[in-house]
Design a protein. Structure first.
Ligand code: NDP
Length: 239
């Protein structure tokens, strides 16, 4: 990875916070989220981090911020599309608004960012893009038709986009974590969590730091020959 900056969406808390902390040893980081600043102290590292409030599901917000970032910092070395939400409900009970919000945040926002940033990366003839998918995009989960569909879409997106940009030296991969300890999973009812853990051969949830270490590998030169792939990180849940 070149020493240029890394964009991490959804970087103010949860897995995003661990991603920012991990990446700060390699490059400066711009971390976006709706609220902007992290709830606690920002992490410190070898490089700087800037938190910016930007709702990725709102295309005009991305259209305003992305050119500003490019003008100020140049092309990013890497993008980690990590922002994501769940709005779980049985498919037939899901409101149109919930469905659209999940798709806007988990899928469309990636398109909004990419159409600004990828041309700049192409000009540099290098870069890595990581899409945060989920095991829920690879196997079914009752109540997660919207979330699962949005995360499965990332697997397909990574494959086609990887083919399109490979000749510009840009790699695109997906990471599919299983159950990771974060606000998102802490919001689950205890009984649901107990059931989930019982289905994990390693018998525990993963940590955000474990996700961040694999993400770092996937955008670093250590994975230079890997593109268009989805790597599953789930304690054996889908084995
Ligand atoms: P959290 O709910 O803890 O964090 C979500 C992050 O996304 C926050 O930083 C949030 O900040 C940001 N975010 C949400 N909506 C938007 C938006 N419209 N624009 C910009 N930022 C937004 O989730 P996790 O850390 O657990 O999850 C991170 C990613 O990992 C998600 O994509 C999730 O689907 C995926 N994942 C998580 C798993 C888990 O078990 N936790 C398992 C598999 C995948 P703010 O609210 O300020 O906008």
């Amino acid at each position: 990875m070149s020493s240029s900056w890394v964009l991490i969406t959804g970087g103010n808390r949860g897995i995003g916070h661990a991603l920012v902390t991990e990446m700060l040893s390699c490059a400066p980081v711009i971390a976006t989220s709706r609220r902007g600043n992290p709830p606690g102290n920002p992490p410190t590292g070898k490089h700087w981090v800037k938190y910016v409030a930007c709702d990725g599901s709102h295309q005009p917000a991305v259209d305003a911020l992305a050119p500003e970032l490019l003008a100020k910092y140049g092309a990013p070395a890497a993008i980690i599309h990590n922002a994501g939400i769940t709005m779980d409900n049985l498919h037939i009970r899901q409101s149109g608004e919930q469905w659209r919000q999940v798709m806007e945040t988990n899928l469309n926002a990636i398109f909004y960012w990419n159409r600004h940033l990828i041309p700049a990366m192409m000009a540099e003839r290098q870069g890595a893009i990581l899409l945060m998918s989920s095991v829920s995009g690879l196997k079914g989960n009752i109540g997660q038709s919207a979330y699962g569909a949005s995360k499965a879409a990332l697997v397909g997106l990574a494959k086609s986009l990887a083919l399109e940009v490979a000749r510009f030296g840009i790699r695109v991969n997906c990471l599919a974590p299983g159950v990771i300890d974060s606000e998102m999973t802490r919001a689950l009812p205890p009984q649901a969590m107990k059931q989930l853990l019982a289905g994990i051969p390693l018998r525990r949830a993963g940590s955000a730091e474990e996700v961040a270490r694999v993400a770092r590998f996937m955008i670093s030169d250590d994975s230079q020959y890997m593109t268009g792939q989805t790597l599953v990180l789930d304690g054996g849940m889908s084995a």
